[in-house]
Design a protein around this ligand. Structure first.
Ligand SMILES: Cc1cc2nc3c(=O)[nH]c(=O)nc-3n(C[C@H](O)[C@H](O)[C@H](O)COP(=O)(O)OP(=O)(O)OC[C@H]3O[C@@H](n4cnc5c(N)ncnc54)[C@H](O)[C@@H]3O)c2cc1C
Length: 414
């Protein structure tokens, strides 16, 4: 059993536990603040509390203050094949990327799927997805990702994480993906499934509280931290609604703060009703969180009504932000055609003049999920015009594979 020892409000402890949870690695966690750590775990190994966090992987394996990447390497989670050129590299292993990996591998293509964090993507941060086909009582995002990962591996896909794509270049008819750690991978086709990333509150110094009271997902790991505490959720979309309901099952009180006048403008009716009926949830519309307080971790926040200008304070130590997302496209070539918000354009969304500018060199037009670079495809939330649902990302991940087959056959025929 893997053991993590370190303080609840230590951001690096959160990052290590998050990595383990997202990869489905069972672990025990000791916080010295909860009582003395058993001597055979620390004292008898000559480890003092100022060396925390530590991760114990077995009788002999001890990592002192590891980064998530070092922990992943010790667990063998980031292993990549060396040398050969894959048919497809999938960048991002959220629902879309995992679906592309499953369908591509099951149809005989050699596939490498990467993720900068862990398989699951945004869906992996959801405590319960209730509208995904086939799961009438819902399924946690982590469990869905775990099952999809096993399924992709069963068909022979290689899945590696945390492994971050840093850039991509053309290299003698194939693509060469440069990874943030300096490694390189080559493939005939690339699926961009790097999704989107939560927006922060526009408050100076917010980074200091991330992982130390501010969280961007509500899974059992975060819920464990805020048992019987007061919690604030900011946002008015479905993800905020789901998060609030889940957290209300463990927290003493959940405040839901948002800028709009009514949740009904943006949240599904079934979630709004559950929030309104929940005895532990208080809904605070037309309000902004304007300041964060606390040394070494979040201790409270100030909010202001947009209608009256009145300010209030709450001693919440836990703030969950569900504020919408921006596309993860910083690693793509700047010549690739995107819309004004950075979402990748594909197929008929790319104007002929944009194609020319991007250097499109083929006689045919891009297929439905193909970008302005031949055989680089974009699916799921990163794509302009995507529906931003688990099912739609999964659908695009399956459909794109037939386009890849066709494009690879074309290349083989020339
Ligand atoms: C809390 C929450 C609850 C939700 N609930 C629902 C729901 O109930 N039903 C529903 O249908 N939808 C739900 N959604 C929306 C749904 O999760 C997304 O639409 C879906 O996850 C998009 O999938 P994706 O594969 O396109 O991208 P993402 O899920 O965003 O995955 C992208 C992946 O790419 C990785 N990545 C990014 N950049 C790089 C890089 N440079 N190198 C390598 N990897 C990279 C990221 O780490 C990430 O894992 C929810 C979203 C959230 C946040």
């Amino acid at each position: 059993m893997t053991i993590v020892i370190g303080a609840a409000l230590d951001r690096s402890v959160y990052a290590l536990r998050d990595l383990l949870a997202k990869h489905g690695v069972a672990h025990r966690w000791f916080d010295p603040a909860d009582g003395p750590v058993p001597a055979h775990l620390l004292a008898e190994r000559d480890i003092s509390e100022d060396q925390l966090p530590v991760v114990i992987l077995g009788a002999a394996d001890l990592l002192v203050q590891p980064t998530p990447e070092q922990l992943a390497a010790a667990l063998g989670l980031d292993l990549l094949p060396d040398g050969s050129t894959a048919d497809v590299i999938v960048v991002g292993s959220g629902p879309g990327g995992l679906a592309a990996a499953v369908y591509a591998a099951s149809e005989g293509l050699t596939v490498i799927a990467l993720d900068a964090l862990a398989p699951g993507g945004q869906a992996g941060t959801s405590s319960k997805i209730e509208n995904y086909l086939g799961f009438p009582t819902g399924i946690s995002g982590n469990e869905l990702a775990r099952r999809a990962t096993v399924q992709a591996q069963k068909f022979g896909a290689r899945i590696a994480a945390p492994v971050r794509a840093a850039s991509i270049v053309r290299d003698e008819g194939v693509y060469c993906l440069h990874l943030a750690d300096g490694r390189k991978l080559r493939s005939r086709a690339v699926v961009v499934a790097s999704g989107a990333q939560y927006q922060r509150l526009p408050i100076e110094g917010i980074e200091a509280y991330e992982g130390r009271g501010i969280y961007y997902g509500a899974t059992p790991m975060e819920a464990q931290l805020c048992g019987n505490a007061e919690v604030t959720v900011v946002g008015s979309g479905n993800s905020a609604g789901q998060g609030a309901i889940y957290l209300a099952s463990v927290a003493k009180k959940v405040y839901v703060i948002f800028r709009r006048k009514s949740l009904r403008e943006t949240m599904s009716e079934y979630l709004v009703r559950r929030l309104e009926d929940h005895p532990n949830i208080e809904i605070i519309p037309s309000t902004d969180v304007i300041a964060l307080h606390g040394e070494g971790g979040l201790a409270g926040l100030t909010y202001r009504s947009r209608e009256t200008g009145e300010e209030g304070h709450c001693d919440c130590r836990f703030l969950f932000l569900f504020l919408g997302a921006n596309p993860n496209t910083g690693w793509l070539p700047k010549e690739m055609v995107c819309d004004e918000r950075g979402f990748v354009k594909t197929g008929a969304d790319i104007a002929p003049v944009e194609l020319v500018k991007a250097g499109w060199s083929l006689d045919r037009m891009p297929s439905r999920y193909e970008t302005s670079w031949p055989r680089i495809y974009a699916i799921g939330d990163v794509r302009k015009g995507s529906v931003k649902r688990v099912a739609s990302s999964v659908g695009e991940g399956s459909v794109v594979v037939s386009d890849i087959h066709q494009a690879l056959a074309e290349v083989a025929a020339t």
